[in-house]
Each structure stands twice: as structure tokens, then as C-alpha cells.
Design a protein around this ligand. Structure first.
Ligand SMILES: C[S@@+](CC[C@H](N)C(=O)[O-])C[C@H]1O[C@@H](n2cnc3c(N)ncnc32)[C@H](O)[C@@H]1O
Length: 233
């Protein structure tokens, strides 16, 4: 089975031989691929909603993989027991949802060896949450799929070496590698910060001005990192 580019890149970060859980699996494409390729001996696929849960069960059974992929219905990591899996994938959800579902079940979370996260929004906030909660950023990747840029953040337990919080928001492992996709990512980030900033600058509220100051610092850091990679786009 051929996976979409985004999911194929995520699969590459699952260490061979480890039992994984795919939280919010929807169609269960990733679990089927991980088991079919022999990368994972067993996968637990989870879904919050009944329709995608049924879709996942159907897809798994159409490959006769029920003995290796269990499809569970429920919220986040709550359907897992502590120590049951070593790797958790959460892909295609907003960063708020990802943070909330990780924070909701510390007993499961802190028995995991690796998190592979692909947020659909504000990866910066998610990175900050990770480093503030005992996780270090081990790898990051950018994938362009059907005209959209996706960020994958891989974290393991431990202390993050990068202390610069603005750089953590930008993506320290991405910044180490550089490359054309990273330059495109920085451009997107710059555009987003500029857009928010111009809204804040129209407000006279002290809270908005404070936010604008913080955002100006972020923007300056993005420009600084962009300067380092000028010529790679
Ligand atoms: C956009 S789909 C992403 C599917 C797949 N992970 C991917 O990346 O292609 C998000 C899925 O997450 C499920 N979901 C949302 N919140 C969840 C939660 N707290 N726990 C488990 N699943 C959740 C939704 O029902 C939906 O099927």
C-alpha cells in the first residue's frame, strides 16, 4: 500500500520493532503500512469518533490484520494502558488538541519512549509545551504534500539542549538542517506573524501592545534565521 507523502514521512520516524499507537487514526492507513512493511510488530489505532473508528476497522479487516492492529474507540491516550506501547503518533490535529490529549494522561505519556507529532497549526507552541514538560526535540522534518507544508516533530524524554525559546518556536532541529523547505517554512511564519502584528498594532489595549512587542521579537528572530539561509530558496 502506498502512503501519502506526509504519512510516509511520519512512518520513517517510527523506530523498527517498537509497538506504536496511532491516535486519531481515521482511515488506519498508517497502522496498516507499519505492520505490512514489518516496521511495527503491533499497532494500536485509536479514534474518538465512531465513523472513523468503523472506517479504520474496515480497512484493517480488509487486509486481515486484526491480529496485529487493534482499533480502539476513545479519547486520546485514555484508551492505552501505561507501558503498553513505546511510540505514539498524533497526526493531522491542531496543536491545542495534541497538547490537551498528551497532558490528560501523564501515566501513559511518561512511559512512552517517543512522540511523533504532526500538528496542523502552530508547531511552535507545541514545541514549547514539549520542552517545558520533560521532552527534548530529537528530530524534525518538513514535508510538502499537495501544495501544503507539514511539520513533523519527534520528541523523546529528556532535557532539550536549545534554551533559546524563540528558536524552539521556529524549530531548532529544522534550523540545524536548513534547506529550501525550511526557507519556505520561515517565509510562511514571517507572513503569519506580520498578519497578526498588523491587527494588534491597530489596538490601543495594553494587552495587545504587550503581545505586539513579543511578536516583534519573534519576527526579528525569524528574519535573523532567514538571513542565515538566504540563497537556499
Ligand atoms: C484530520 S484526521 C487525521 C487522521 C490521521 N491521523 C492523519 O494524519 O491522516 C483527525 C482524526 O482525529 C480524530 N480525533 C480528534 N480528536 C481526537 C482525540 N482526542 N482522540 C482520538 N482521536 C481524535 C478525529 O476523529 C479524526 O478522525
Amino acid at each position: 500500500m502506498r502512503l501519502p507523502k506526509r504519512l510516509a514521512a511520519i512512518a520513517e520516524f517510527v523506530p523498527p520493532g517498537k509497538v506504536a499507537a496511532d491516535i486519531g487514526t481515521d482511515h488506519a492507513y498508517l497502522p496498516v503500512y507499519l505492520v505490512q512493511t514489518g516496521r511495527s510488530p503491533r499497532v494500536i489505532a485509536t479514534e474518538l469518533n465512531e465513523k472513523p473508528w468503523m472506517r479504520a476497522r474496515f480497512w484493517v479487516s480488509s487486509f486481515h490484520l486484526e491480529d496485529k492492529i487493534e482499533v480502539r474507540l476513545g479519547a486520546g491516550l485514555q484508551v492505552l494502558s501505561p507501558g503498553e506501547v513505546q511510540v505514539v503518533v498524533v497526526a493531522g490535529m491542531g496543536q491545542n488538541t495534541i497538547r490537551e490529549l498528551l497532558a490528560a494522561t501523564p501515566a501513559v505519556l511518561y512511559r512512552l519512549e517517543r512522540l511523533i507529532l504532526q500538528p496542523m497549526s502552530d508547531a511552535g507552541n507545541l514545541r514549547l509545551w514539549l520542552v517545558d514538560n520533560g521532552w527534548r526535540l530529537v528530530q524534525e522534518a518538513l514535508v510538502e504534500d499537495q501544495g501544503r507544508l507539514y511539520v513533523i516533530v519527534v520528541a523523546e524524554q529528556g532535557e532539550e539542549t536549545t534554551k533559546d525559546r524563540l528558536l524552539i518556536e521556529i524549530g531548532p532541529r529544522l534550523a540545524e538542517k536548513g534547506g529550501p523547505l525550511f526557507v519556505a517554512y520561515l517565509k510562511q511564519l514571517k507572513k503569519k506573524y506580520q498578519r497578526i502584528l498588523s491587527g494588534l498594532e491597530r489596538s490601543r489595549l495594553p494587552a495587545a501592545q504587550e503581545k505586539a512587542l513579543k511578536l516583534t521579537a519573534k519576527l526579528a528572530r525569524v528574519r535573523e534565521v532567514m538571513g542565515k539561509y538566504a540563497g537556499q530558496s
